[in-house]
Design a protein around this ligand. Structure first.
Ligand code: FAD
Ligand code: NAD
Length: 466
C-alpha cells in the first residue's frame, strides 16, 4: 500500500475531473487523479460524447450522406458498411484522445492512480484494486468528486450484449441492426436513432411525451421531426410501455393496449444515474438528493467545504462542455484564484442528423415570461453556402426584444449549427443587439450568413427599419 499526499485529489478522469486537475496544477498545486478505468477520459471518451460523435462522423462520411442530398435526383452509389468499418474509426479516435490526455497529465505533473476510490474521511481517500485490495491511501487538502454518470439500468429490463442495450452496450454490438426500437426521445435516443436511420436501419423512437426532444424551441422541434422523417425515422409519442421481452431472434416492446413493437435491438435511453455507489460519501456526512445527485452550492462545494463535486454527478445540465467548466471553476475557487459564477447562457449542441444548437430563451419561454419579442428567420435554402454544399434542410431563428433589439435566443438546426452557434453566443454575451449582424461584414459564402439573413428578416418586422 502506497501513501500519497496532494493539494488536490480528483476522483474521476472525465471532462470535469481532467479540467479541475489541470487548473489546479496550473495554479502550482500538487494533484493526484484517481480513476477506476485503466485509461483517462471518463464515460465522455469511452462510452458517451466522443464515441457517439465519432460514429456520427463515420456514418456521414461512409454513407456519403451530404452527397446524397445534393444529388437527390440522381443515383447514388450503393454502400455496404459493416460494424468493423465504424469500429475502426471509433478506436482510432479513442486511442488518439487517450494519448493526448496522458501527455497532458504528464506535462502538468499530475499523478495518475488507477483504482476505485472511496472516502475514509474528509481529507482521506482509499483506493482499491479490482480484487478489493487497498493499494493507496491518498490525503488531500481539497477533494474534487468528478465520478460522472452511467446509463440507468432498471432491474426489470432484460439488458444483454446483443438485443436489449443501453448507450454503452450499443457500442459493442457485432452487427448492424435492420430494425431498431429506441425507447426515449431525449438527447441520447434521438441522436442514436438518427445515426442508425441514416445508415439505413428501420428505426422507431417511442416516448411518453408528444414530441421528440420536447424542451427544444417548438418550431425547431417540428423542423427536426420533419427532417428525421425524410431519413425514414418514425416517432411514436404519448406512449408508455409496459414490458420489454427478449427472444433469441428479436426483442419486443409491449404496451398496455396490446400493441407490440418488434425489433432486432432495443436501445433503452431513459436517462442516466450518478456514480456514487462506491464512494461512501456517507463517511463524510454527504448524502445525495432525491434524484441521486450530490448537492452543491453555486461554487460547486458540497456540504463539506473542502470537498467539491462537478460534472454529471451533480445532475443537469450533464454535458461534457459544462462539466469541463465546472471542474475548472471549482479548482480555482478551492485554491483562492479569481473566479466567477457559471454562465447563465451557454450553447447546447444536439448532434442529431441534422444537428441543432441553441443558446438563450426559446419562443415558448419568452411568451411565458411576457417578453415583447420579435423573430427573425433564415431558411437554409436562402444561404448560398448551403446551396453549394448540398442543399440540406435547416433554419436560423433569432429571438430579440421588440423594443431594445437585444438578442434573447438563438436556435439553429442544420449543417454546422453546433459550430456557428458560437457567433451568436458571443454576441449575446456582449449584449449585442440584432443590428450587430446587419452592420458587420461577414465572409461570403458561409453558413454564418444565416445570422445576417435572419437579422434582416426580423429587423424588417419592427419599427426601427434601416
Ligand atoms: C451517448 C452520449 C453522448 C453524449 N454526447 C455529448 C455531447 O455531444 N456533448 C456534450 O457536451 N455532452 C455529451 N454527453 C454528456 C457527457 O458525456 C457527460 O456530461 C460527461 O462525460 C460528464 O463528464 P464527467 O467528468 O462528469 O463524468 P464522466 O465522463 O462520466 O467521467 C467520470 C469518471 O469517473 C470514474 N469513476 C467513477 N466512480 C469512481 C470511483 N469511485 N473511483 C475512481 N473513478 C471513478 C469513471 O470511471 C469515469 O471515468 C453525452 C453522453 C452520452 C452518454
Ligand atoms: N449532445 C449532447 O449534449 C448530449 C448527447 C447525449 C447525451 N447527453 C446527456 O445525457 C443525458 C441523458 O440522456 P437521455 O436521452 O438518456 O435522457 P433524457 O432524460 O434526456 O431523455 C429521456 C427521454 O425519455 C422519455 N421517457 C422517460 N420515461 C419514459 C417512459 N417510461 N416511456 C417512454 N419515454 C419515456 C422522456 O420523455 C425523455 O424524452 C442528457 O440529459 C444529456 O445531458 C448530452
Amino acid at each position: 500500500m502506497e501513501e500519497l499526499y496532494a493539494d488536490l485529489v480528483v476522483i474521476g478522469s472525465g471532462p470535469a475531473g481532467q479540467k479541475g486537475a489541470i487548473q489546479a496544477a496550473k495554479l502550482g498545486k500538487s494533484v493526484v487523479i484517481i480513476e477506476k478505468y485503466p485509461t483517462p477520459g471518463g464515460s465522455c471518451l469511452h462510452s458517451g460524447t466522443i464515441p457517439s460523435k465519432s460514429l456520427r462522423e463515420a456514418i456521414l462520411n461512409l454513407t456519403d450522406f451530404h452527397k446524397k442530398s445534393y444529388y437527390a435526383k440522381q443515383e447514388v452509389p450503393a454502400y455496404d458498411i459493416s460494424i468493423n468499418d465504424l469500429n475502426y474509426c471509433l478506436n482510432q479516435v479513442t486511442e488518439e484522445q487517450v494519448g493526448q490526455f496522458q501527455k497532458q497529465f504528464e506535462r502538468n505533473e499530475i499523478k495518475w492512480v488507477q483504482g476505485l476510490a472511496h472516502f475514509e474521511g474528509p481529507n482521506q481517500i482509499a483506493v482499491l484494486d479490482e480484487n478489493h485490495h487497498l493499494t493507496h491511501m491518498v490525503t488531500g487538502e481539497k477533494i474534487l468528486i468528478a465520478t460522472g454518470s452511467k446509463p440507468r439500468n432498471p432491474k426489470n429490463v432484460p439488458f444483454d450484449k446483443e438485443r436489449v442495450l443501453d448507450s454503452t452496450r450499443l457500442l459493442s454490438i457485432d452487427q448492424l441492426p435492420k430494425k431498431m426500437i429506441v425507447l426515449g426521445g431525449g438527447i441520447i435516443g434521438s441522436e442514436y436513432a438518427s445515426f442508425f436511420a441514416a445508415l439505413g436501419t428501420e428505426v422507431i423512437v417511442v416516448d411518453k411525451k408528444e414530441q421528440i426532444l420536447p424542451y427544444l424551441d417548438k418550431e425547431i422541434g417540428m423542423h427536426l421531426q420533419n427532417a428525421l422523417g425524410t431519413i425514414g425515422l418514425k416517432f411514436l409519442g404519448n406512449r408508455e410501455f409496459e414490458e420489454i421481452t427478449r427472444h433469441p431472434d428479436r426483442v419486443e416492446l409491449r404496451f398496455s393496449d396490446g400493441m407490440v413493437l418488434k425489433g432486432d435491438v432495443l436501445l433503452y435511453a431513459l436517462g442516466r444515474v450518478a456514480n456514487v455507489d462506491h464512494l461512501h460519501i456517507e463517511n463524510v456526512g454527504i448524502s445525495v438528493d432525491s434524484k441521486g445527485y450530490i448537492p452543491v452550492n453555486a461554487l460547486f462545494q458540497t456540504i463539506v467545504p473542502n470537498i467539491y463535486a462537478v460534472g454529471d454527478v451533480i445532475g443537469g445540465p450533464s454535458l461534457a462542455s459544462t462539466s469541463m467548466e465546472q471542474g475548472r471553476l471549482a479548482a480555482r475557487h478551492a485554491f483562492g484564484a479569481e473566479t466567477h459564477h457559471f454562465p447563465t447562457f451557454y450553447p447546447i449542441g444536439i448532434y442529431t442528423i441534422p444537428e441543432i444548437s441553441s443558446c438563450g430563451y426559446t419562443e415558448e419561454q419568452l411568451k411565458k415570461l411576457g417578453f415583447r419579442y420579435e423573430v427573425g428567420r433564415a431558411y437554409y435554402y436562402e444561404i448560398s453556402k448551403n446551396t453549394i454544399a448540398g442543399n440540406d434542410p435547416g433554419m436560423f431563428k433569432i429571438l430579440f426584444h421588440a423594443d431594445t433589439l437585444e438578442i434573447l435566443g438563438i436556435h439553429i438546426i442544420g449543417r454546422e449549427a453546433t459550430e456557428v452557434i458560437h457567433i451568436g453566443q458571443v454576441a449575446m454575451t456582449f449584449n449585442a443587439k440584432i443590428d450587430y449582424f446587419i452592420d458587420q461584414v461577414f465572409n461570403y459564402p458561409t453558413y454564418a450568413e444565416g445570422y445576417r439573413i435572419a437579422a434582416l428578416n426580423g429587423f424588417n418586422k419592427v419599427k426601427h427599419r434601416k
